[in-house]
Write a protein that binds this ligand. Structure first.
Ligand code: HEM
Length: 161
């Protein structure tokens, strides 16, 4: 299977990876450094810490997320992870306010860690697109729960499937 098809499987629907033909603009080492710096701060953030407290194995989480971004930015898969970004965040009950806080923190981290303007902007744009998907799904479930005649109200995707 080609790298591009892997990307289409993994990335959010309709959003093939940036630079999927030439590979990521950033070294894997840089991606890993950004991910580590970001989660070190996210775990301390007043709006995010409580949700991240559920993560038991941080080394595994960071390895998984570094893989996610490497593939999303155009790299080839190197672990057997399967990602379900939308359903997972719905299951976590992530709020719009948390998405905003996450994106602000991510932008700050990128500004500190990535010198290349284009690469930084591409990565930030991608994070914002995912943030919109996560926010939109959360809003969908909230609206559905508000409809007392909907037989599926209150049901959520499970956190691990
Ligand atoms: C806004 C952009 C965001 C992006 C791009 C993003 C990205 C990701 C990705 C790729 C995963 C792994 C999903 C999987 O394993 O299938 C993940 C998991 C997770 N995210 Fe996010 N996330 C975002 C926002 C948030 C927010 C606002 C929170 C709230 C604190 C959050 C909390 C978590 C937690 C706790 C997990 C681990 C879930 C688990 O493994 O049980 N994320 N995120």
């Amino acid at each position: 299977m080609s790298g591009k098809r892997h990307l289409q499987t993994l990335s959010i629907r309709g959003e093939p990876g940036v630079g999927s033909t030439n590979g990521p603009a950033l070294a894997h080492e840089t991606i890993d450094r950004v991910v580590r710096a970001f989660y070190a701060r996210a775990r301390e953030h007043p709006d995010l810490a409580a949700t991240f407290a559920r993560v038991e194995d941080w080394d595994e989480h960071i390895a998984r997320i570094s893989h996610f971004w490497w593939v999303s930015l155009g790299g080839r898969r190197y672990r057997p992870d399967r990602f379900q970004v939308g359903p997972r965040h719905v299951a976590l009950g992530v709020t719009g306010r948390q998405v905003d806080a996450w994106l602000d923190l991510f932008e700050e981290t990128l500004s500190e860690q990535v010198a290349d303007d284009q690469a930084r902007q591409d990565w930030l744009d991608r994070a914002h697109r995912m943030g919109r998907v996560i926010r939109g799904l959360g809003a969908f479930y909230e609206r559905r729960d508000a409809r007392t005649d909907d037989p599926h109200r209150g049901q959520r995707p499970s956190a691990r499937d």
